[in-house]
Design a protein. Structure first.
Length: 264
């Protein structure tokens, strides 16, 4: 069932993946979470899709990108926004060539200079002087924490968070924001996260981690920012069973799950 929130403009959010870098279940693991038969305990690598006035925009193309597009029956894609260059957020880029072919245009990509360097390094064949038939075609635009990107009549605002020592980009569109792979947010960037209807933010597990918010830290951030509703993403098998963890959370907080759809 799609959950609705009051907002000035039409925005649908689909959680394409809510899992950590290894996904859930994790290869070779027989813990109760990885053995769970609850579909909400099956977590692909973290990504979301924004549908604004009927047009689709994806944040991150991890290794599960192809399946996520097929599962949601995505027929067109306007642009991709990258949070950072780690493989679990980047590795599925090659599959954008299906959209190149169908839409007969380059794929617009928004990313910072570190992601741009990683794309040139890890997908060198895309940028080679010899263009092999069928390779992805990209139109890259560099952004940073001071950027805003016009989408329709509104702007997508960029937010910088820290993933240990690595800057990562988050995004806000009107009263919705998405933050992943963070364990620190500077005060000036927190100002961009005030007065939200919905916040999706990472919470890896209950124990502390060097580069991700754990559950307690994510809940502290939510309590500070006071969004009307918050969802936790980039969740590992170490967090626990979806249904059990949800019972422990404040009334306005829930675990995200793959396929969750929000209407703002």
């Amino acid at each position: 069932m799609m959950q609705k929130f009051n907002s000035k403009s039409k925005l649908n959010v689909t959680v394409l993946g809510s899992g950590t870098s290894q996904g859930v279940p994790m290869i070779g693991c027989d813990c109760e979470v990885c053995r769970s038969t609850n579909p909400k305990d099956k977590r692909l690598r973290s990504s979301i899709m924004l549908t604004i006035d009927g047009l689709n925009y994806v944040i991150d193309t991890g290794p599960d990108f192809r399946y996520q597009m097929l599962r949601e029956n995505v027929q067109s894609l306007e642009a991709i926004f990258y949070t950072h260059q780690h493989k679990d957020h980047l590795a599925g880029l090659d599959d954008v060539r299906a959209f190149n072919f169908k839409q007969e245009k380059d794929m617009k990509v928004y990313c910072d200079v570190r992601v741009d360097e990683a794309l040139h390094r890890e997908f060198a064949y895309i940028f080679s002087s010899f263009k092999y038939p069928g390779i992805p075609k990209l139109d890259i635009e560099l952004i940073d924490e001071n950027s805003t990107i016009q989408i329709g009549t509104d702007a997508l605002q960029v937010i910088e968070v820290m993933h240990y020592k690595l800057p990562v980009l988050g995004f806000r569109y009107q009263n919705f924001a998405y933050i992943t792979d963070a364990n620190f947010i500077a005060e000036k960037e927190k100002e961009k996260l005030k007065n939200l209807d919905v916040l999706i933010v990472n919470a890896l597990r209950k124990e502390e981690h060097i580069s991700h918010f754990n559950l307690a830290q994510a809940l502290d951030l939510i309590a500070e920012l006071q969004p009307k509703k918050a969802y936790l993403t980039h969740v590992s098998h170490l967090m626990g069973l979806h249904n059990e963890v949800n019972l422990e959370l404040p009334e306005n907080v829930a675990l995200a799950y793959d396929g969750l759809k929000l209407e703002l």
